[in-house]
Design a protein around this ligand. Structure first.
Ligand SMILES: NC(=O)c1ccc[n+]([C@@H]2O[C@H](COP(=O)([O-])OP(=O)(O)OC[C@H]3O[C@@H](n4cnc5c(N)ncnc54)[C@H](OP(=O)(O)O)[C@@H]3O)[C@@H](O)[C@H]2O)c1
Length: 219
Protein backbone atom coordinates (compact mmCIF):
# COMPACT_ATOMS: atom_id res chain seq x y z
CA UNK A 1 0.00 0.00 0.00
CA UNK A 2 1.03 3.62 -0.32
CA UNK A 3 3.12 5.53 2.21
CA UNK A 4 1.52 8.20 4.33
CA UNK A 5 1.67 11.49 2.43
CA UNK A 6 -0.67 14.31 1.49
CA UNK A 7 -3.54 13.10 -0.65
CA UNK A 8 -2.83 13.98 -4.25
CA UNK A 9 -6.01 12.81 -5.89
CA UNK A 10 -9.39 11.44 -4.87
CA UNK A 11 -11.76 9.27 -6.86
CA UNK A 12 -15.41 8.89 -5.91
CA UNK A 13 -17.55 6.09 -7.32
CA UNK A 14 -21.13 7.29 -7.03
CA UNK A 15 -22.54 10.70 -7.85
CA UNK A 16 -25.68 10.51 -5.77
CA UNK A 17 -26.52 12.22 -2.51
CA UNK A 18 -23.39 11.34 -0.58
CA UNK A 19 -20.98 11.21 -3.53
CA UNK A 20 -21.74 14.79 -4.57
CA UNK A 21 -21.59 16.11 -0.98
CA UNK A 22 -18.18 14.51 -0.43
CA UNK A 23 -16.99 15.77 -3.81
CA UNK A 24 -18.09 19.32 -3.03
CA UNK A 25 -16.28 19.42 0.27
CA UNK A 26 -13.11 17.74 -1.00
CA UNK A 27 -12.90 20.05 -4.01
CA UNK A 28 -13.41 23.07 -1.75
CA UNK A 29 -10.50 21.79 0.35
CA UNK A 30 -8.26 21.84 -2.72
CA UNK A 31 -8.25 18.11 -3.35
CA UNK A 32 -8.21 17.00 -6.99
CA UNK A 33 -11.53 15.10 -7.15
CA UNK A 34 -12.70 12.85 -9.93
CA UNK A 35 -16.25 11.46 -9.74
CA UNK A 36 -17.84 8.65 -11.71
CA UNK A 37 -20.84 6.41 -12.01
CA UNK A 38 -20.89 3.31 -14.18
CA UNK A 39 -22.31 5.40 -17.02
CA UNK A 40 -21.04 8.08 -19.40
CA UNK A 41 -19.39 10.94 -17.45
CA UNK A 42 -21.35 13.45 -19.54
CA UNK A 43 -24.45 12.25 -17.64
CA UNK A 44 -23.12 13.76 -14.39
CA UNK A 45 -21.04 16.71 -15.56
CA UNK A 46 -23.89 19.22 -15.15
CA UNK A 47 -24.85 17.80 -11.74
CA UNK A 48 -21.27 18.19 -10.57
CA UNK A 49 -20.98 21.69 -11.97
CA UNK A 50 -23.82 22.76 -9.66
CA UNK A 51 -23.45 20.37 -6.74
CA UNK A 52 -19.66 20.03 -6.49
CA UNK A 53 -17.88 22.88 -8.25
CA UNK A 54 -14.29 21.93 -9.03
CA UNK A 55 -14.92 18.18 -9.06
CA UNK A 56 -14.45 16.52 -12.44
CA UNK A 57 -16.79 14.00 -14.07
CA UNK A 58 -14.77 11.06 -15.38
CA UNK A 59 -15.14 7.41 -16.30
CA UNK A 60 -15.21 4.78 -13.56
CA UNK A 61 -11.79 3.62 -14.74
CA UNK A 62 -10.33 7.09 -14.26
CA UNK A 63 -11.92 7.61 -10.84
CA UNK A 64 -10.61 4.19 -9.80
CA UNK A 65 -7.07 5.14 -10.77
CA UNK A 66 -6.80 7.86 -8.09
CA UNK A 67 -4.80 7.52 -4.86
CA UNK A 68 -7.84 7.12 -2.63
CA UNK A 69 -11.23 5.95 -3.91
CA UNK A 70 -14.45 6.44 -1.97
CA UNK A 71 -17.15 3.87 -2.61
CA UNK A 72 -20.41 5.83 -2.47
CA UNK A 73 -22.65 3.42 -4.36
CA UNK A 74 -25.65 1.59 -2.87
CA UNK A 75 -24.18 -1.32 -0.94
CA UNK A 76 -26.19 -3.92 -2.81
CA UNK A 77 -24.34 -2.80 -5.95
CA UNK A 78 -20.77 -2.99 -4.65
CA UNK A 79 -20.05 -6.15 -6.59
CA UNK A 80 -20.78 -4.30 -9.83
CA UNK A 81 -17.35 -2.72 -9.31
CA UNK A 82 -14.57 -4.93 -10.67
CA UNK A 83 -12.10 -5.50 -7.78
CA UNK A 84 -9.17 -5.58 -10.22
CA UNK A 85 -9.78 -1.91 -11.05
CA UNK A 86 -9.06 -0.99 -7.40
CA UNK A 87 -6.15 -3.37 -6.75
CA UNK A 88 -3.44 -1.61 -4.73
CA UNK A 89 -5.70 1.34 -3.93
CA UNK A 90 -7.01 2.72 -0.70
CA UNK A 91 -10.79 2.34 -0.60
CA UNK A 92 -12.99 4.33 1.76
CA UNK A 93 -16.14 2.31 2.38
CA UNK A 94 -18.80 4.98 2.93
CA UNK A 95 -21.60 2.48 2.28
CA UNK A 96 -24.23 1.16 4.67
CA UNK A 97 -26.32 -1.95 4.59
CA UNK A 98 -29.90 -0.85 5.01
CA UNK A 99 -32.36 -3.58 4.06
CA UNK A 100 -35.30 -1.19 3.47
CA UNK A 101 -33.36 0.38 0.59
CA UNK A 102 -30.82 -2.32 -0.30
CA UNK A 103 -33.27 -5.22 -0.05
CA UNK A 104 -32.24 -8.37 1.80
CA UNK A 105 -28.65 -9.11 0.78
CA UNK A 106 -27.34 -12.50 1.91
CA UNK A 107 -23.75 -11.23 2.13
CA UNK A 108 -24.74 -8.92 4.95
CA UNK A 109 -27.67 -10.72 6.57
CA UNK A 110 -25.89 -14.03 7.10
CA UNK A 111 -22.40 -12.85 7.97
CA UNK A 112 -21.19 -12.00 11.46
CA UNK A 113 -18.42 -9.77 10.11
CA UNK A 114 -18.76 -6.02 9.80
CA UNK A 115 -20.10 -5.00 6.39
CA UNK A 116 -16.70 -3.47 5.58
CA UNK A 117 -14.95 -6.79 6.22
CA UNK A 118 -17.28 -8.34 3.64
CA UNK A 119 -16.37 -5.50 1.26
CA UNK A 120 -12.66 -6.02 2.06
CA UNK A 121 -12.82 -9.72 1.22
CA UNK A 122 -14.26 -8.83 -2.19
CA UNK A 123 -11.64 -6.11 -2.82
CA UNK A 124 -8.91 -8.43 -1.55
CA UNK A 125 -6.03 -6.53 -3.20
CA UNK A 126 -7.08 -3.12 -1.83
CA UNK A 127 -6.91 -1.61 1.65
CA UNK A 128 -10.45 -0.88 2.83
CA UNK A 129 -11.06 1.80 5.45
CA UNK A 130 -14.52 2.27 6.91
CA UNK A 131 -15.59 5.89 7.35
CA UNK A 132 -17.79 8.71 6.00
CA UNK A 133 -20.84 6.42 6.25
CA UNK A 134 -22.13 7.86 9.52
CA UNK A 135 -22.87 11.43 8.51
CA UNK A 136 -25.87 12.52 6.48
CA UNK A 137 -25.24 13.90 3.02
CA UNK A 138 -27.17 17.02 4.00
CA UNK A 139 -24.87 17.67 6.95
CA UNK A 140 -21.51 17.07 5.36
CA UNK A 141 -20.85 20.50 3.89
CA UNK A 142 -22.57 22.57 6.57
CA UNK A 143 -21.04 20.78 9.57
CA UNK A 144 -17.43 21.13 8.36
CA UNK A 145 -15.28 23.39 10.54
CA UNK A 146 -11.62 24.42 10.51
CA UNK A 147 -9.17 22.59 12.78
CA UNK A 148 -9.37 23.83 16.34
CA UNK A 149 -12.94 25.10 16.06
CA UNK A 150 -14.75 24.14 19.29
CA UNK A 151 -17.73 22.90 17.25
CA UNK A 152 -15.66 20.71 14.97
CA UNK A 153 -17.32 17.32 14.59
CA UNK A 154 -15.42 14.04 14.45
CA UNK A 155 -15.80 11.06 12.15
CA UNK A 156 -14.59 7.59 13.07
CA UNK A 157 -12.18 5.56 11.00
CA UNK A 158 -11.69 1.78 11.12
CA UNK A 159 -9.21 -0.25 9.11
CA UNK A 160 -6.54 -2.92 9.20
CA UNK A 161 -3.92 -1.09 7.09
CA UNK A 162 -2.35 1.68 9.15
CA UNK A 163 -0.92 3.63 6.19
CA UNK A 164 -4.27 3.55 4.42
CA UNK A 165 -6.02 4.68 7.56
CA UNK A 166 -3.56 7.56 7.97
CA UNK A 167 -4.26 8.70 4.40
CA UNK A 168 -8.00 8.67 5.08
CA UNK A 169 -7.50 10.61 8.32
CA UNK A 170 -5.67 13.28 6.29
CA UNK A 171 -8.56 13.45 3.85
CA UNK A 172 -11.16 13.74 6.60
CA UNK A 173 -9.19 16.47 8.37
CA UNK A 174 -8.79 18.39 5.10
CA UNK A 175 -12.55 18.21 4.59
CA UNK A 176 -13.24 19.89 7.93
CA UNK A 177 -13.59 17.09 10.48
CA UNK A 178 -11.53 15.55 13.23
CA UNK A 179 -10.88 11.86 12.80
CA UNK A 180 -11.06 9.23 15.53
CA UNK A 181 -9.25 5.95 14.88
CA UNK A 182 -11.35 3.18 16.45
CA UNK A 183 -9.09 0.31 15.43
CA UNK A 184 -9.40 -2.56 12.94
CA UNK A 185 -11.97 -3.03 10.20
CA UNK A 186 -13.92 -5.39 12.47
CA UNK A 187 -14.64 -2.33 14.66
CA UNK A 188 -16.50 -0.87 11.71
CA UNK A 189 -19.58 -2.56 13.15
CA UNK A 190 -19.61 0.29 15.70
CA UNK A 191 -20.34 2.72 12.83
CA UNK A 192 -23.10 0.76 11.16
CA UNK A 193 -26.75 1.90 11.03
CA UNK A 194 -28.39 1.61 14.45
CA UNK A 195 -25.11 2.04 16.34
CA UNK A 196 -24.53 4.84 18.84
CA UNK A 197 -21.80 6.44 16.74
CA UNK A 198 -24.00 6.30 13.63
CA UNK A 199 -26.89 7.93 15.41
CA UNK A 200 -25.44 11.23 16.57
CA UNK A 201 -22.99 14.06 16.08
CA UNK A 202 -19.72 13.00 17.69
CA UNK A 203 -16.41 14.37 18.90
CA UNK A 204 -13.15 12.44 19.16
CA UNK A 205 -13.82 12.11 22.88
CA UNK A 206 -17.35 10.76 22.47
CA UNK A 207 -16.28 8.27 19.79
CA UNK A 208 -13.40 7.09 21.97
CA UNK A 209 -15.68 6.70 24.99
CA UNK A 210 -18.40 4.85 23.06
CA UNK A 211 -15.82 2.54 21.50
CA UNK A 212 -14.33 1.70 24.90
CA UNK A 213 -17.79 1.03 26.37
CA UNK A 214 -18.90 -1.14 23.46
CA UNK A 215 -15.63 -3.13 23.53
CA UNK A 216 -15.95 -3.65 27.30
CA UNK A 217 -19.54 -4.90 26.88
CA UNK A 218 -18.47 -7.29 24.12
CA UNK A 219 -15.87 -8.98 26.37
N1 LIG B 1 -27.50 9.44 1.80
C1 LIG B 1 -26.71 9.67 2.86
O1 LIG B 1 -26.88 10.63 3.65
C2 LIG B 1 -25.56 8.76 3.11
C3 LIG B 1 -24.57 9.13 4.04
C4 LIG B 1 -23.48 8.30 4.23
C5 LIG B 1 -23.39 7.10 3.55
N2 LIG B 1 -24.38 6.74 2.68
C6 LIG B 1 -24.24 5.46 1.96
O2 LIG B 1 -23.63 5.76 0.71
C7 LIG B 1 -24.16 4.87 -0.31
C8 LIG B 1 -24.75 5.72 -1.41
O3 LIG B 1 -25.85 6.46 -0.86
P1 LIG B 1 -26.56 7.65 -1.66
O4 LIG B 1 -27.62 8.13 -0.76
O5 LIG B 1 -25.53 8.62 -2.16
O6 LIG B 1 -27.17 6.84 -2.91
P2 LIG B 1 -27.72 7.44 -4.28
O7 LIG B 1 -28.13 8.85 -4.09
O8 LIG B 1 -28.71 6.45 -4.76
O9 LIG B 1 -26.44 7.44 -5.25
C9 LIG B 1 -25.81 6.27 -5.66
C10 LIG B 1 -24.84 6.59 -6.79
O10 LIG B 1 -24.09 5.40 -7.10
C11 LIG B 1 -24.00 5.31 -8.52
N3 LIG B 1 -23.67 3.94 -8.89
C12 LIG B 1 -24.45 2.85 -8.89
N4 LIG B 1 -23.73 1.77 -9.29
C13 LIG B 1 -22.49 2.21 -9.56
C14 LIG B 1 -21.29 1.58 -10.03
N5 LIG B 1 -21.23 0.27 -10.28
N6 LIG B 1 -20.18 2.34 -10.20
C15 LIG B 1 -20.21 3.67 -9.94
N7 LIG B 1 -21.32 4.32 -9.50
C16 LIG B 1 -22.43 3.59 -9.32
C17 LIG B 1 -25.37 5.79 -8.98
O11 LIG B 1 -25.33 6.10 -10.34
P3 LIG B 1 -26.67 5.87 -11.24
O12 LIG B 1 -27.68 6.83 -10.69
O13 LIG B 1 -26.21 6.20 -12.60
O14 LIG B 1 -27.05 4.43 -11.02
C18 LIG B 1 -25.52 7.02 -8.09
O15 LIG B 1 -24.82 8.12 -8.63
C19 LIG B 1 -25.16 3.96 0.40
O16 LIG B 1 -24.57 2.75 0.77
C20 LIG B 1 -25.55 4.76 1.65
O17 LIG B 1 -25.94 3.94 2.73
C21 LIG B 1 -25.45 7.55 2.43
Amino acid sequence: MQDQRPIATLGILGAGRVGTALAKQAAAAGVDVKVATAKDPRDISLILEFMAPGAQAVTAAEASAQDVVILAVPLHKFQDVDPKTLAGKIIVDAMNYWAPTDGIVDHFENDTRSSSEVVQSYFSESAVVKSLNHIGYGEFVGDARPAGDPDRRALAVAGDDEAAKAAVVQLIEAMGYDAADIGPLSAGVLLEPGSRIFSGRQTVESITAITAEECAMAR
